[in-house]
Design a protein. Structure first.
Lengths: 160, 159
């Protein structure tokens, strides 16, 4: 009798553990999503001139980071220093106010930050989404080879 | 036996949330881009300037664009440019231009263009202009040779 009871408990505990271990409950990793909304475009630029795109510009790059409500997220960027067209390059720079973030999809309410430094924010409990805009500056020289120049910018979000 | 299995189950339960407590990360990338365009130039391509010839007072001299001076703009293919010009003073006379333009070097196919208009450079980066106009000479205006300078300007619209 006692032996049968013990077996039931053991099997029950094992079943619970197995269920919990294999349960498809979403992990933080599954709930963390970074999405590109828009590329950063400096448009057309005359050789020898410079151009700046602020985060509030319609030409600014845009991402969203979706995570677990109230959890901290650390956001970092891998910023390009050069844009390329074949073997030709031109410099691209990012300043202390080249990026902005907001818990709502409205850049006018955003807080500016330096994309060269990690940004730590809590995921808002409501929409669970952080909106990020990024601009920058490019410069050309008078002998700059005409054409389209491009380079990648990577954003990474880490939560724990 | 039962105690051992329970310990194992509890250990499994404790171990289970380790994935949730570990760091999770996600990345995305975007493209940063800029298009560098070459400079814009405007060159008078006709051999001569705009010459109204000899006219008596109290008449209006005129030259049709196809018979006047011509210009060629050269820049980045496909880029829009704005075109601007005004009147010009020749002594006491006022020259009012008539400008025709086309994306091919074909005066007969060109159409009238007003100041402030925008046109698009052709696939070779060119656009063509022909300039004539009118020059009223009031009654009693003193005889003589009158000259003046008239300016046609172009600029990239998108910059």
């Amino acid at each position: 009798m006692a032996m049968r009871w013990s077996v039931r408990i053991v099997l029950g505990a094992a079943a619970i553990a197995a269920a919990l271990i294999t349960a498809p409950a979403p992990s933080f990793a599954q709930q963390l999503q970074v999405t590109r909304i828009q590329d950063l475009s400096f448009g057309a630029l005359l050789a020898g001139s410079t151009a700046a795109v602020p985060p509030a510009s319609p030409e600014a790059g845009k991402f969203t980071v979706r995570g677990v409500p109230n959890r901290p997220v650390v956001i970092t960027f891998a910023l390009p220093t050069l844009l390329h067209q074949g073997g030709a390059t031109l410099p691209v720079t990012f300043g202390a106010a080249s990026a902005a973030w907001s818990p709502v999809d409205d850049v006018s309410t955003a807080t500016y930050f330096n994309p060269a430094l990690p940004l730590s924010v809590d995921v808002p409990p409501g929409g669970r989404t952080i909106y990020i805009w990024i601009g920058g500056q490019v410069g050309t020289n008078p002998q700059q080879l005409p054409g389209g120049y491009a380079g990648p910018l990577v954003i990474t979000a880490v939560t724990s | 036996m039962m105690r051992m299995v329970l310990v194992a189950a509890v250990a499994a339960l404790l171990a289970m949330p380790a994935g949730a407590q570990a760091q999770a990360s996600a990345s995305a990338d975007l493209t940063v881009s800029v298009t560098v365009i070459q400079g814009l130039s405007l060159t008078k391509t006709s051999a001569g300037d705009l010459d109204f010839g000899v006219h008596p007072a109290n008449t209006t001299a005129s030259v049709v664009p196809a018979s006047g001076a011509s210009f060629q703009a050269a820049g980045e293919a496909g880029q829009p440019i704005s075109v601007s010009f005004g009147t010009a003073a020749l002594g006491g006379l006022v020259f009012t231009p008539a400008v025709n333009a086309h994306d091919a070097d074909n005066a007969a196919a060109a159409s009238a263009l007003s100041s402030g208009s925008s046109v698009t450079l052709n696939g070779s980066g060119n656009y063509y202009f022909w300039v004539g106009g009118s020059l009223p000479i009031p009654a009693g205006h003193g005889p003589g040779a009158y000259t003046g300078t008239w300016t046609l300007s172009v600029a990239y619209s998108a910059l």
